[in-house]
Design a protein around this ligand. Structure first.
Ligand SMILES: Nc1nc2c(c(=O)[nH]1)N[C@H]1C(S)=C(S)[C@@H](COP(=O)(O)O)O[C@H]1N2
Ligand SMILES: [Mo]
Length: 309
C-alpha cells in the first residue's frame, strides 16, 4: 500500500500466508494448552499490540517455553520450575522503586499496568549455556516505567532483585547462588527500546516458571540477565552486583552481551541449539548481540568486549 510507514506493517503483511496461518494455528493451540495446563490464568487474552521489534522467526510453542526453564529458586533442573513454581503466590505483588528517582515508592501490578499499552515482542532468547528459543513476550518498555518515576541525573545503573520466599521457593535451601537473585544494567541499556518488562507470553498472563508477575527481558544479552519475579528496582550511581558474576566472576561478567567471538571459559559460544529442533538438527550460528546489533551495538562503541564480557 502506498504511503505506509514501516511502523504500519503487521506481521501478516510481511509474512507469506501459509506461515501466517501456521502461526495463528500455533497461537490457538497454545491458548488451548494454557487453558488446560496452567491453573488460575485469566484466559481473556491480553490483546497486546504487535511491534516492529519482533523477529519474523517462528516462535517456540508454549509447551517448550513453559517446560524447559532456568529458575534456580525452584531447583536447578530444567523441568524443576514447571513442577515447583506454582507455589509462588503472585497476588498482591508489589515492586519497590528506590534510589536515585524523583518518586521513590511501592507499586502494585495495577499501578504499573495502568496507562500502559502492552506490546507483543517476539524475541530470541539465548542462554549462556548454548541453547535458544523464540519467545512471544507481552510487556512494555522499561523506559516507560523509569520515566514515570523520574530518573535523577546522578543515576548511571539500574539494579533489580527477585523475590526471596523460602516457604514457596523450593530451591533456595541450596546455596548455589547467594539469594536473592540480583541483576543490573547500565542506564543506557535499561532505556534502550528493546529492554522490556514482561507480564505475559502468548497473549496470556506470564506463567510462574517464566517469572510471574513481572520479569526483565534484555534480548541481546545472555538469558541470565533477564531476571524473573522482580520485587525491587533501584537506580544507582555505581555498577550493582549481579548474581552470576558474584558466583563465578571469571565466567560471567556484568555485561554478558551475546557474543559468538568471546567463548565461555568452558565452552564455545559460536553456535547454539534451538530448543525443539530435535537431536539431529544442526546447531545454529550464534549472532553478535543475538542479532540485535543494529539496535544496540553503539552502546558499546570503543569498549573491548572481551574485557567487558
Ligand atoms: N530470579 C531468577 N531469574 C532468572 C533465572 C533464575 O535462576 N532466577 N535464570 C535466568 C536464566 S539462566 C535464563 S536462561 C532465563 C530463562 O528464562 P525462561 O525460563 O523464561 O526461558 O531466566 C533468567 N532469569
Ligand atoms: Mo541462562
Amino acid at each position: 500500500m502506498a504511503g505506509r510507514w514501516k511502523n504500519d506493517l503487521n506481521w501478516s503483511d510481511v509474512t507469506p500466508k501459509a506461515a501466517w496461518m501456521n502461526r495463528r494455528q500455533l497461537m490457538m493451540g497454545a491458548s488451548a494448552l494454557a487453558a488446560g495446563g496452567i491453573a488460575g490464568q485469566a484466559m481473556a487474552g491480553l490483546g497486546a499490540v504487535k511491534s516492529d521489534y519482533s523477529t519474523m522467526e517462528e516462535p517456540n510453542p508454549l509447551e517448550h517455553i513453559t517446560s524447559y526453564n532456568n529458575y534456580y529458586e525452584f531447583g536447578t533442573g530444567k523441568d524443576d520450575p514447571a513442577r515447583n513454581a506454582h507455589r509462588l503466590t503472585t497476588d498482591g505483588w508489589q515492586v519497590e522503586i528506590a534510589g536515585l528517582v524523583d518518586k521513590p515508592g511501592t507499586w502494585t501490578m495495577d499501578d504499573i499496568l495502568k496507562g500502559t499499552t502492552l506490546e507483543e515482542r517476539i524475541y530470541r532468547l539465548r542462554c549462556v549455556e548454548g541453547w535458544s528459543m523464540i519467545i512471544p513476550w507481552v510487556g512494555f518498555e522499561l523506559s516507560d516505567l523509569l520515566n514515570r518515576v523520574g530518573v535523577q541525573p546522578g543515576a548511571k545503573y539500574v539494579a533489580f532483585e527477585t523475590a526471596l520466599r523460602p516457604d514457596e521457593m523450593t530451591g533456595v535451601g541450596s546455596r548455589v547462588i547467594d539469594w536473592p537473585y540480583v541483576e543490573g544494567l547500565r542506564l543506557d541499556e535499561a532505556m534502550n527500546p528493546l529492554t522490556i518488562l514482561a507480564t505475559g507470553l502468548y497473549d496470556e498472563t506470564i506463567p510462574n516458571q517464566n517469572g510471574a508477575p513481572i520479569r526483565l527481558v534484555v534480548p541481546w544479552k545472555y538469558g541470565f540477565k533477564s531476571i524473573k519475579s522482580i520485587v525491587r528496582i533501584t537506580l544507582t550511581e555505581d555498577e550493582p552486583p549481579t548474581s552470576w558474576n558474584k558466583t563465578l566472576p571469571n565466567e560471567y561478567g556484568f555485561y554478558s552481551n551475546v557474543n559468538p567471538n568471546v567463548d565461555h571459559p568452558r565452552w564455545s559460544q559460536a553456535t547454539e541449539r534451538r530448543i525443539g529442533g530435535g537431536l539431529r538438527a544442526p546447531r545454529l550460528p550464534t549472532l553478535m548481540f543475538n542479532g540485535y546489533g543494529a539496535q544496540v551495538a553503539d552502546l558499546y562503541d570503543g569498549m573491548d568486549l572481551s574485557k567487558y564480557f
